[in-house]
Design a protein around this ligand. Sequence first.
Ligand SMILES: CC(=O)N[C@H]1[C@@H](OP(=O)(O)OP(=O)(O)OC[C@H]2O[C@@H](n3ccc(=O)[nH]c3=O)[C@H](O)[C@@H]2O)O[C@H](CO)[C@@H](O)[C@@H]1O
Length: 361
Amino acid sequence: MSTATVLHIAGARPNFPKAAPVIRALDGHDVAQRLVHTGQHYDERMSDVFFRQLGLPEPDENLAVGSGSHGRQTADMMVRLETSFQEADPDLVVVYGDVNSTLAATLVATKLAIPVAHVEAGLRSFNRAMPEEINRLVTDRLSELLFATSPDALVHLGNEGIAAEKVHFVGNPMIDTLLANLPRFDAAAIRGQLGLPERYVVATLHRPANVDDPGDAAELAKAVHGVADQIEVVLPLHPRGRQRLAAAGLYPYPGIRVVEPLGYLEFLSLVRGARAVVTDSGGVQEETTVLGVPCLTLRAETERPVTITHGTNRLVTRAGLVDEVRALLATDRPAADWPVPPLWDGRAGERIAKVIAEFLR
Ligand SMILES: CC(=O)N[C@H]1[C@@H](OP(=O)(O)OP(=O)(O)OC[C@H]2O[C@@H](n3ccc(=O)[nH]c3=O)[C@H](O)[C@@H]2O)O[C@H](CO)[C@@H](O)[C@@H]1O
């Protein structure tokens, strides 16, 4: 019998640390692997630096779709992925997370009768105004193998009628990447490089719900100014947030340092040394939980509740942010002894690879 081919789809920054441990673990099994980059993220700082730092193989193909509206971007990806899948004829397509690349690949593979494995299945914010929630719902509905990172995901998938035998609770491959790279996170070095004081807060803001509407963005800028009045704030700004937050008057402002998006190692070094993180990102809620850094999430809900029950995360409003930071700065930083979520132990990639190898046998 010929060796089965697994085709991985990665396209946007948060996909890369999730794919790396799965690809590495599958190297130990008798499968051929291909990596297709959709090109959803294309800047050196949003993509290439992650490939180098995480030791990801060069993509076998880059579809270079670039940016666009959700409909256009997803449609462009689908057209190019269809040709790609027809040529490669894989036995399984593996998709990661909840970005538009995940959705596009799932739809195309399913229509070509190629089974899909979804890594990070079952997360739900129950907020369909988030594009990621739509991507998660459709991807999970269509997947043959669903890899869950937390117990709440198992409940959601069960409630949606997804057969239990398709679902595997494996832990969190993004945390595999974090734990494997922990010795490379050098807070002092990045502080020196960026000229930061000993005490600082990191903020990352890019969600449409926070930055797209000028009124919301202005309110957000005011809240972050209130934080900067208490402690230095460093913001590695995603291109989407950058223009809109500048227009909203976020910076220049005393105590606010806006820097370019950082590489994986630089960003996690910065987070590791921070007094706290203010964010609207998904993955950062999980990374701070494992690093033991307090995380204030500027969102009304989270699809990652395990970071609240087993971690350092709290949901905050724009209006409440300043007081939350004040209260936090008045207390000692928590010691690293809270219960990290179950199976976030650095071995999720191995578990996923084992299930995939079984499935393809
Ligand atoms: C629906 C979807 O898939 N959203 C994901 C995407 O949002 P993100 O906001 O990055 O969505 P896009 O990939 O559409 O990019 C948005 C905008 O950023 C700019 N741009 C984008 C890529 C790049 O390399 N350079 C650049 O300048 C473009 O102006 C583009 O229009 O990535 C985020 C992480 O980064 C994730 O949290 C989001 O879940």
